[in-house]
Design a protein around this ligand. Structure first.
Ligand SMILES: Cc1cc2nc3c(=O)[nH]c(=O)nc-3n(C[C@H](O)[C@H](O)[C@H](O)COP(=O)(O)OP(=O)(O)OC[C@H]3O[C@@H](n4cnc5c(N)ncnc54)[C@H](O)[C@@H]3O)c2cc1C
Length: 362
């Protein structure tokens, strides 16, 4: 089949690799001149990344062994978990190289413009010319604002987007510990983070629905950080009403809103979704049906996010005291954030008082 992918982010390139490997004719159009640039990501992956079987050598920056969680009143819990921090330019190029080696064509400086009948109009921004393509299948892997989903008329209008602002800073850091700070005054709706690249450099950021720069500046000031480099970008909130397939167009990755609503991590769900999509295209299976287990995980994150979004400062302290028991801590250390269903259900079994927070769902 002749397949056009819009967007050469990691998810578009991974889908392109998997489909080209199966003998499909794949062309990936990317509007930026360089793959992976500009960076708009902290690059944190849970150890669930191991399930893909890739060598991390070409893009790994640091390995994390624990996550510290701070409540608004500075109560702390430490969760021992292995995470990776990657360089997004190298990470994205790793997937682009795989796609190319499998036979996919990647055209940079090529921006999807609009749809006319069944044809897609792509602008070659370097030569200022337009090309028309009429593929069998279109994959929209063009990020949270997905111009392709909009052109096909199925971008769900009630979708919400966070805006993340982060800086690379210098200082003294525990090199294998990510620190997260919660509270309505710190970062409403999410958390602020300090993710070390090393003992002397870290990625520091916040993401909110509104006024991200205000909260970012406050956080930077409170921790006496000076930005060496700034990065920012839009992050979608998963919306269960977003359709993922219309006519010959499929959505994947941020374009589909497949991002964990609790942490805004989209890389692992997007890669998992790309595998499901590639299999469905090759084996002519129903994409939406095959996505059900992943969709349930996205939904669980959304419910937890809705609860935490309504937390008072006292709730954060309560949550931390519940987690700060070895029987609960064990659960948080056993299941990563990419496995929210066993994580939530086992935590509830070990500490039934978590049920108290459910009131925020209604
Ligand atoms: C500040 C910040 C921090 C984050 N931190 C993490 C993290 O630590 N861990 C994690 O898992 N996730 C994180 N995320 C989310 C993560 O970056 C995304 O989930 C991930 O990049 C999704 O990959 P994608 O390939 O779907 O989309 P993208 O990486 O957005 O790629 C989409 C591509 O489509 C291209 N494109 C867009 N429009 C067009 C067009 N019209 N024509 C052609 N090409 C087009 C874009 O240029 C881009 O290259 C973070 C996001 C932000 C903003």
């Amino acid at each position: 089949m002749n397949i056009t992918i819009i967007g050469a982010g990691p998810i578009g390139c991974y889908a392109g690799y998997l489909l080209a490997k199966e003998g499909h004719l794949v062309t990936i159009y990317e509007n930026h001149p360089q793959i992976g640039s500009p960076i708009q990501c902290t690059g944190i992956l849970t150890s669930d990344f191991d399930q893909f079987g890739f060598s991390l050598d070409s893009f790994l920056v640091n390995t994390i062994d624990s996550i510290e969680v701070y409540s608004p009143s500075n109560k702390k819990i430490v969760i021992k978990q292995k995470d990776y921090i990657v360089c997004r330019i190298k990470f994205d190029n790793f997937f682009a190289d795989k796609a190319r080696k499998a036979g996919a064509k990647i055209l940079v400086n090529h921006s999807f413009q609009r749809k006319e009948g069944k044809e897609l109009i792509i602008k070659d921004t370097k030569n200022n010319t337009e090309i028309r393509v009429n593929p069998d299948i279109v994959i929209a892997a063009d990020g949270p604002l997905s111009p392709t989903a909009k052109a096909f008329g199925f971008y769900y209008p009630k979708r919400e987007n966070y805006y993340g602002v982060q800086a690379v800073v210098e200082g003294t850091f525990e090199p294998h510990t990510i620190k997260t700070y919660f509270g309505n005054d710190v970062c409403p709706g999410l958390f602020a983070w300090i993710a070390p690249e090393s003992a002397t450099t870290a990625r520091v950021g916040v993401a909110t629905l509104k006024n991200s720069k205000y909260y970012f500046d406050r956080f930077m000031k409170a921790h006496h950080f000076t930005a060496k480099e700034m990065q920012a970008g839009t992050i979608p909130v998963y919306h269960p009403q977003q359709r993922l397939h219309k006519d010959n167009c499929y959505l994947v990755g941020d374009a589909a809103g497949y991002v964990k609503a609790t942490t805004l991590g989209g890389l692992i769900p997007g890669l998992q979704q790309a595998e499901i999509l590639a299999r469905c295209i090759t084996e002519k299976k129903n994409y939406c049906r095959e996505l059900k287990p992943l969709r349930k995980r996205m939904w669980t994150h959304l419910q937890v996010h809705k609860i935490m979004d309504r937390f008072s400062d006292a709730d954060w302290d309560r949550l931390i005291s519940y987690v700060n028991q070895s029987k609960v801590q064990e659960v948080f250390e056993k299941y990563t954030r990419d496995n929210p269903i066993p994580l939530v259900s086992m935590a509830l079994l070990k500490e039934p008082r978590f049920v108290r927070f459910m009131k925020y769902l209604f």
